[in-house]
Design a protein around this ligand. Structure first.
Ligand SMILES: Nc1ncnc2c1ncn2[C@@H]1O[C@H](COP(=O)(O)OP(=O)(O)OP(=O)(O)O)[C@@H](O)[C@H]1O
Ligand SMILES: [Mg+2]
Length: 284
């Protein structure tokens, strides 16, 4: 984003070149094949595509949780050879620890990720203050001592977002983080996530089935083919920020959503996936 030397701003931060992933032996599932994609530092990218096309597999590759079968993956200028420490992650299920209160759920990564792990005991008060600040940013001031079962699904997902960002990762990976929420809560959290991203300027990759969510949040949307997944088109979203629900009625916004929807419908047709009725511009 801003404040970067020109060359750093232009270098890809996440770079996939002709990447393939096959699970198991040579007869195993070919999840991804020929994936080429690059994301700049500070960019918000969304990945959409039909169910089973390899989106979650892509996330595992980008974070080093799984090695590529072919091709090259570079993140922050270095080849990915194992799990990356510079990432934060959140998924559809908030996966909070039920025996911990909100504050201690948010602080969990600080007990694991260096250099915070070594500093936590000596600088505990500072870290508590940081956790309280980020909880306040997502509207959860006063809920620090509540346990997950005392929070709504939307609140739990806010806590999960705070936990994924507390160690100030350079790369935030979100795999369908809002899919289990009702439409109103989901739209509220788009705004919460956009605010966090505008403030903290991390690079973000969001996997979603919700095309409106992708267009609201992303600078760039990658559309994937059916399995084995590869990127079949790239769409820039040049709608000004901060975006609001009103932005989703902008003709340019509607046009992007319709275009991507048509592309995915075509992919699904070609892959002979069983047709299902579209609901709320979602891709299943
Ligand atoms: N650990 C695994 N071992 C074997 N096959 C796997 C494994 N994980 C995923 N697959 C297969 O790889 C393919 C891609 O799966 P993946 O979960 O990446 O798709 P996805 O795009 O995230 O799907 P969805 O939209 O339903 O979440 C699928 O056919 C899946 O069954
Ligand atoms: Mg998935």
């Amino acid at each position: 984003m801003t404040n970067l030397p020109q060359n750093e701003a232009n270098d890809p931060f996440v770079d996939f070149s002709d990447v393939a992933l096959r699970y198991g032996d040579e007869n195993g599932t070919l999840a991804l094949s020929g994936v080429d994609l690059s994301i700049k530092k500070g960019q918000f990218a969304a990945i959409v595509g039909p169910s089973g096309c390899g989106k979650s597999s892509f996330m595992k590759l980008a974070t080093g949780l799984c090695p590529a079968t072919e091709g090259s993956i570079r993140v922050a200028g270095a080849p990915v050879t194992g799990p990356l420490k510079i990432t934060g992650m959140a998924f559809q299920n908030p996966t909070l620890l039920p025996w911990r209160d909100t504050l201690r759920n948010v602080m969990l990564p600080l007990e694991i990720v260096q250099p915070h792990r070594s500093r936590l005991r000596a600088e505990y008060a500072k870290y508590v203050a940081q956790a309280k600040t980020i909880l306040a940013t997502v509207g959860l001031a006063g809920f620090e001592d509540k346990h997950p079962w005392m929070l709504s699904g939307g609140m739990q997902q806010r806590v999960s977002l705070c936990r994924s960002l507390i160690h100030e990762p350079q790369l935030l990976m979100l795999d369908e983080p809002f899919a289990a929420l009702d439409a109103f809560t989901r739209e509220e959290l788009w705004s919460v996530l956009q605010d966090l991203w505008l403030e903290k300027q991390f690079t973000c990759i969001l996997v979603t089935h919700d095309l409106r969510e992708a267009a609201y949040l992303a600078d760039v949307i990658f559309v994937m083919s059916a399995r084995p997944g590869r990127v079949i088109s790239t769409h820039r979203v040049d709608i000004p920020r901060p975006r609001t629900i009103e932005s989703t009625f902008d003709p340019a916004f509607v046009e992007i959503v319709q275009k991507i929807r048509a592309e995915i419908a075509q992919v699904r047709k070609e892959s002979k996936a069983p047709a299902r009725p579209a609901a709320q511009e979602q891709v299943q």
